[in-house]
Ligand binder design. Structure first.
Ligand code: 13P
Length: 252
């Protein structure tokens, strides 16, 4: 049996002003204080503007905080960017890199994602490396090939199960309400693990967590999280409500 502890991660994306974001973080912190913790690791990735106050609320609890992106350099002339060292300085333990919205909105290539993940790891953060096919690629029968190739190009050279998490997010499932079927999710997760095994060895591959993301909700989480190669979720919309995010965590 594998010993992978599931990770339930909320990606708040560009949502939340102070009042909402802090209430959301406080709601989760209160849940953690108020009863038995779910049998998984819990992470929230607020927008940059809220990382510091959310980290203050989460301090001392089992709630981890992460960035949604980071730069590949530690400091310098990069207006508007945030370095992984700055994230670590605020109390972050994780950074998402290569989310499909970053790849699309900011033309991030696999090489850029790899550089960001490498920098995140050097700063002591766990990099959550995102990959996933578009609907056109799935319809063209390229799903496995696309994910394999993104993984090969985006995985930092020093990736280990302790500093890296993979997130499989089919682009067609993100924010659409159209979730991958359990068979679709398991097929790709198993292929990702096989690719990890050929790159890092079987032992590392068996310990590395692979999250599913894309319209994960309380009513479909249990089935997805029960799949042999699904080690958690990267959750967008449903992470913005305490009750929904908590219900997903409790499905672990
Ligand atoms: P949704 O859960 O809103 O589909 O978003 C998934 C996602 O992109 C998480 O990173």
């Amino acid at each position: 049996m594998t010993m992978r502890r599931k990770l339930i991660a909320g990606n708040w994306k560009m949502n939340g002003l102070k009042a909402d974001g802090l209430a959301l973080a406080q709601g989760l912190a209160d849940k953690l204080k108020g009863g038995p913790a779910p049998a998984c690791d819990l992470l929230v990735c607020p927008p940059f503007t809220l990382i510091a106050p959310v980290a203050a609320i989460a301090a001392g609890s089992a709630l981890a905080v992460g960035g949604q992106d980071c730069h590949a350099k530690t400091s310098g002339a990069h207006t508007g960017d945030t370095s992984p060292v700055m994230l670590a300085d605020l109390g972050c333990a994780y950074a998402i890199v290569g989310h499909s919205e970053r790849r699309t909105d900011h033309a991030e290539t696999d090489a850029v994602v790899k550089a960001k993940g490498t920098a995140a790891q050097a700063a002591g953060l766990i990099a959550i490396v995102c990959i996933g096919e578009t609907l056109a690629q799935r319809d063209a029968g390229q799903t496995i090939e696309v994910n394999r190739s993104q993984l090969q190009g985006s995985l930092p050279d020093g990736a280990t199960p302790d500093n890296t998490v993979i997130a499989y997010e089919p682009v067609w499932a993100i924010g659409t309400g159209r979730v991958a079927t359990p068979a679709q999710a398991q097929e790709v997760h198993a292929a990702i693990r096989a690719e990890l095994a050929s790159k890092l060895g079987g032992e590392a591959a068996s310990r590395m967590r692979i999250l599913y993301g894309g319209s994960m909700k309380p009513d479909n989480a249990r089935e997805l999280l029960a799949l042999p190669d699904v080690d958690g979720g990267l959750i967008g919309g449903a992470s913005l409500k305490v009750a929904d995010f908590w219900a997903i965590a409790e499905s672990c």
